[in-house]
Design a protein around this ligand. Sequence first.
Ligand code: GLN
Length: 192
Amino acid sequence: MKVGVLALQGAFREHTAAFRSLGCECLDVRTPGDVAIIDALVIPGGESTTIGKLLGDYRLLDPLLERLQAGLPAYGTCAGAILLAREIVDSDQPRLGLMDLKVRRNAYGRQVDSFETSLAIPCLGDEPFPAVFIRAPLIESVGPGVGVLARYKDGVVLARQGHLLVGTFHPELTGDLRLHRYFLDSVAGGRN
Ligand code: GLN
């Protein structure tokens, strides 16, 4: 399995390190040629407006949309989740927009715009998951085809729509690889 990590801006190196330590081959994705040869895609955290603009500048938007619509498995973290959402409150920024999600950017306010907490994520087992939120968005609502995998307070923080997985926190910063493994085995591997 060749995992492509979108490497335009943000925390892409950390995802690459996580997937490599699980034995995957990883490729930094920056060109349409890269898009053509990957078996799964990771869209990292960072700044969604910047990544969205660069997707256009690097001519990646259409090739990515084509492959994602044809079933390429993808995992978006934080800004990556924003880029996969159909609706972004009060924003018309460029996006992939393939998941039936409504998200609000920077929803946790200035005081607590970054924090760490333990989340219950039943699909990963009983042990709580250490979740780091960095100026995270809130998934305010999900459509009928979207499964909610974890919540924190009022919001959805991990969700799946078929071959597409999104989370609003950063698992690549903690050393707990269960979510990366879940993506490989259950989302990209086609199991539920
Ligand atoms: N606040 C960023 C945005 O709106 C997301 C932050 C992140 O990816 N950690 O794009």
